[in-house]
Design a protein around this ligand. Structure first.
Ligand code: 0PR
Length: 354
């Protein structure tokens, strides 16, 4: 690759319909660049970015309605989910298991592998949400944490969190909610639970997805300081005493970017974004449905629809970045960069390949 080629525009989002990343907000880009050379992993040496991280965590607490949140800006949802499992394992005795719906992101498989815990996957119901009876069947005294997903990767579904909280309480397990993608939409929906009253022990909510922060900016939040204590490792030669993060050196750009965009968009900007994205998802679902495709009603701004194999590949050949669920349904994720004009252009091609 020549020098000139490495300077080419990295990505345009004009035909990207399957990603959970998006064009970062301008304020976030600018802040990320300014803090590129800082390391929040060493808060005594880089105190400004450490302050920004504390403020970013407080703002994430506002987004999920948790007073006094404990947490940090992780590399992404994978790290946050792994840390939730790790904290639960460390706080439990003996061999433990994790119970999650089969719709849980594959990061839980990585967590189970790395942490050497058993992952028990419960089937989902006809509407792609965790089947509570199946979760009850799998949970037992050795369950360290029950996982619920609020905005599944494949269908954008929100699991019945209060019912999962009851199951967790019955077996003395913790409850983790993975809202890596859905977390920035949920405050504007009428879901019947919150971090405080469910009760949820830990949560994943990623600024680098719907939050419009640059990568890497994941969010790990805990209700109690004991959760972070369970993750803390002594750092003898640093001026700080312990480190709860999985990463050592971390991206100051990710932290500053998350802080900047949260300051800019919470709550009004995120509300507008939710309304726009949900309206786009409802529009696309209706248009596909009118054309005879079988569509899963979008609870959050993600549309899944049955699309014949040849049409899917023909659309990919047209340059559309689309993907499919494990059961072969088309997924369109209505991220902030996805506009009505893009969807109309997509529908023109859907008609052309039909
Ligand atoms: N939890 C949920 C519910 C997720 O959807 C994802 C990622 C994660 C956790 C893991 O987050 P990180 O990837 O930040 O570690 N979901 C997307 C997926 O796997 C990630 C993605 C993003 C994929 C951008 C493609 C893409 O272009 O499909």
């Amino acid at each position: 690759m020549t020098r000139a080629e490495t300077r080419r525009a990295p990505q345009d989002f004009e035909r990207v319909l399957s990603s959970m990343c998006t064009d970062p907000h301008p304020a976030a880009r600018e802040a990320a660049e300014r803090f590129l050379a800082t390391n929040p992993g060493d808060p005594e040496t880089y105190p400004t970015v450490a302050d920004l991280e504390r403020e970013a965590v407080a703002m994430l607490g506002d987004v999920v309605a948790l007073d006094d949140p404990h947490g940090y800006v992780a590399a992404g949802g994978t790290e946050a989910n792994l840390q939730a499992v790790r904290a639960a394992r460390n706080l439990a005795d003996g061999d433990v298991n994790v119970v999650a719906p089969e719709s849980a992101h594959f990061s839980f498989q990585k967590a189970a592998d790395v942490l050497d815990v058993e992952l028990r996957l419960a089937p989902t119901d006809d509407d792609h949400r965790a089947d509570i009876d199946a979760v009850v069947d799998l949970a037992d005294d050795d369950t360290a944490v029950v996982v619920g997903v609020a905005g599944t990767t494949e269908y954008g579904r929100v699991d019945p969190i209060p019912a999962l909280a009851d199951v967790a309480a019955d077996v003395g397990a913790r409850l983790h909610v993975d809202a890596a993608w859905g977390g920035f939409f949920l405050p504007f929906t009428d879901h019947d639970w919150s971090f405080s009253d469910a009760p949820v022990d830990t949560m994943t909510i990623d600024p680098h997805k719907v939050g419009q922060a640059p990568v890497p900016a994941g969010g790990f939040l805990a209700r109690d300081p004991e959760t972070l204590d369970a993750l803390a490792i002594a750092t003898p030669y640093l001026e700080s005493d312990t480190q709860p993060t999985l990463g050592g050196t971390r991206s100051g750009g990710g932290v500053a970017g998350a802080h900047a965009v949260l300051s800019e968009l919470w709550p009004g900007g995120y509300r507008e974004q939710y309304e726009r994205s949900q309206a786009n998802a409802d529009y696309l679902a209706a248009e596909l449905s009118a054309r005879g495709y079988d569509v899963v009603d979008p609870e959050l701004p993600l549309v899944a629809a049955d699309l014949p194999d040849d049409e899917f590949h023909a659309l990919r050949d047209e340059g559309w970045r689309i993907s499919r669920t494990a059961s072969d349904a088309l997924r369109v994720v209505c991220m902030p960069h996805v506009t009505r004009e893009m969807l109309d252009a997509f529908l023109v091609d859907v008609d052309a390949v039909a």
